[in-house]
Write a protein that binds this ligand. Structure first.
Ligand code: NAD
Length: 252
C-alpha cells in the first residue's frame, strides 16, 4: 500500500520541517524526490539523509516566488508525477500594522510561489497523462489565527486554488487536494518562538503545545503520512478537498 515506486515527486520547501518529512517518507516509498529550496544547504542535507538511506533525491536551489527560476528548475527535472506546494513563510501582524512589503512578501512566497509551480508543472502532468498536486495550507485559512492577517489570507488563497485546479483538470486525470495543519513542531515554530520570545522559549513552547485541544503540537512525520496517502494511487477517488490535521483544533 502507498507505494510510490519510480514516481518523480517535487517537494517545495523540502529542506526543513514538514517538507523534509514528506521528502524522506516519499523516498522511503520508492519515489525519486526533487527538493526545491531557497536554503540550498538544507536541501543538500536532506538529499544526503535520503541517499545515505538508499533513496533517490536531488536538491535544487530555487526561489518559488521567481517564475523564471521555477520554470528553469522544473525543465531541468523533466518528468513530474507529483507536485507538493509546501514552501511557506509566516508573518505576525494585523491588517492595520502589516506593511505593504510584508504583505507582498508573504503572498509572493505562499501564493505566487504555488502558482509558479502549478504554471510550470501542469503542462508536464497533462503530457504524462495525469498526476497529483498537494498543497500545504493551514488551519489559519479556516479560523483566521490572531495576528496572522497576511498569512491567514494567503492560506485561504491556497484553499481556493486547490478547488480551482481540482475542477479545471478533473478530466486530465490530475487530482489536487490540500492539507491544513494546526501547529506542527518544526524549525518554523522554533524560529518564531526564538525571534519573538527570546529567553522564554520553554514556557512559550509549553503554552503553544497546550493551546492545541489534543495537548501537543503535531509531528512533521504525522503530516507526511497524510500527504503520502493523498498522493498515493489508493487516494484515487479524492480531489478538491481540504484535510485538516489539527489535533482537534477546528472541531473541538
Ligand atoms: P519550515 O520553515 O520548517 O520549512 C519551510 C521551508 O521552505 C524552509 O526550508 C525554507 O527554506 C523553504 N522556503 C521558504 N521560502 C521559500 C521560497 N521562496 N522558495 C523555496 N523554498 C522556500 O516550515 P514548516 O513548518 O515545515 O512549514 C511548511 C509549510 O507548512 C508552510 O507552508 C507552512 O505555512 C505550513 N504550515 C506549518 C505549520 C506549522 O505549525 N509548522 C502549521 C500549518 C501550516
Amino acid at each position: 500500500m502507498f507505494k510510490l515506486t519510480n514516481k518523480s515527486v517535487i517537494v517545495t520547501g523540502g529542506g526543513s520541517g514538514i517538507g523534509k518529512a514528506m521528502a524522506v517518507l516519499f523516498a522511503q516509498q520508492g519515489a525519486e524526490v526533487h527538493i526545491i529550496e531557497l536554503n540550498d544547504q538544507a536541501a543538500a542535507d536532506t538529499v544526503t539523509e535520503i541517499t545515505t538511506a538508499g533513496g533517490k533525491a536531488t536538491g535544487y536551489a530555487c526561489d518559488v516566488s521567481n517564475q523564471q527560476q521555477v520554470v528553469d528548475t522544473f525543465t531541468k527535472i523533466g518528468k513530474i508525477d507529483i507536485l507538493i506546494n509546501n514552501a511557506g513563510i509566516a508573518h505576525i501582524g494585523r491588517a492595520d500594522n502589516t506593511s505593504t512589503e510584508d504583505f507582498e512578501r508573504v503572498f509572493n512566497v505562499n501564493v505566487k510561489g504555488a502558482y509558479n509551480c502549478l504554471y510550470a508543472a501542469i503542462p508536464v502532468l497533462k503530457n504524462n497523462g495525469g498526476g497529483v498536486i498537494l498543497n500545504t495550507a493551514s488551519i489559519a485559512a479556516s479560523v483566521g489565527i490572531t495576528d496572522r492577517f497576511a498569512y491567514s489570507m494567503s492560506k485561504g488563497a491556497i484553499h481556493a486554488m486547490t478547488l480551482s485546479v481540482a475542477r479545471d483538470y478533473l478530466h486530465d486525470n490530475i487530482r489536487c487536494n490540500c492539507i491544513s495543519p494546526a501547529r506542527v513542531h518544526t524549525p518554523f515554530v522554533d524560529g518564531f518562538i526564538a525571534k519573538n520570545y527570546a529567553g522564554r522559549e520553554e514556557e512559550i513552547f509549553e503554552k503553544l503545545s497546550k493551546s492545541q485541544p489534543i495537548g501537543r503540537m503535531g509531528k512533521p512525520e504525522e503530516v507526511a503520512a497524510l500527504a503520502l496517502y493523498l498522493c498515493s494511487d489508493e487516494a484515487g477517488f479524492i480531489t478538491g478537498t481540504d484535510y485538516p490535521i489539527d489535533g482537534g483544533f477546528i472541531t473541538l
